[in-house]
Design a protein around this ligand. Structure first.
Ligand SMILES: [Fe+2]
Length: 215
């Protein structure tokens, strides 16, 4: 018999896939390569001990801020959240303790998540309000799908852009990217493929010369 955690996780994974299918058309960013690497149907889950993080205190507000087309996925995440392992890529030495209070992700599919895959990673990123996830980069190519609005996103040298919920954002391998939340927390789906799926992203801290090139 399936455990409650397995039932919740499998429902969430299939809701995520249905949602991704539903937004696939009408965007310039194509999910085909990620779908091709999606685990075969009929997968089981691995037991991953639940691990909460302080950022979960923003989950209810984030779920409330999602649009109606996302509500079923977001509500399912809210129900499953305490059964999932939430992680952080960085230590406080890397990024500061204040950031870690408002940052975390949970992997659903991948080398660490409950559904095993060596070809893709997929999960949720949650950021609390009023923080900046500094520019960082990694080998895997990535698609983010914001589920809440109000966050500024930066990709490469393109500057800050407010991205809409359900509009996928593509980051080619090693492209620096960053996010800045305002009053609304950020809930987003992420997908990785084509690289080291457990790589620690490299943070590209701003230097004074980059911010004030005239100095
Ligand atoms: Fe990324």
């Amino acid at each position: 018999m399936k455990s409650e955690t397995e039932t919740l996780t499998l429902s969430l994974v299939s809701a995520v896939r249905n949602y991704l299918d539903s937004i696939h058309h009408g965007h310039r960013v194509h999910l085909n390569a990620f779908f091709a690497d999606w685990p075969e149907a009929g997968y089981a889950t691995r037991d991953i001990p639940p691990h909460p993080l302080p950022v979960l205190s923003w989950l209810a507000e984030a779920v409330k801020a999602t649009g109606t087309d996302i509500a079923s996925v977001a509500n399912m995440l809210a129900v499953a959240a305490n059964h999932l392992a939430w992680g952080q890529t960085y230590s406080s030495d890397d990024i500061g303790a204040a950031f870690l209070e408002r940052y975390g992700w949970t992997e659903l599919i991948g080398q660490r998540g409950p559904v095993a895959s060596k070809r893709i990673a997929c999960g949720f990123l949650l950021l609390g309000p009023d923080i900046e996830y500094p520019p960082h980069r990694h080998e895997a190519e990535e698609i983010y799908v914001p589920l809440t609005g109000g966050t500024l996103w930066m990709r490469g040298g393109e500057g800050w852009v407010r991205r809409s919920p359900s509009s996928p954002i593509y980051h080619p391998a090693w492209t620096p990217h960053a996010m800045r939340t305002a009053a609304t927390p950020l809930l987003a789906l992420y997908l990785w493929r084509g690289g080291d799926l457990v790589q620690k992203s490299r943070i590209d801290w701003y230097t004074t010369a980059e911010i004030f090139p005239q100095l």
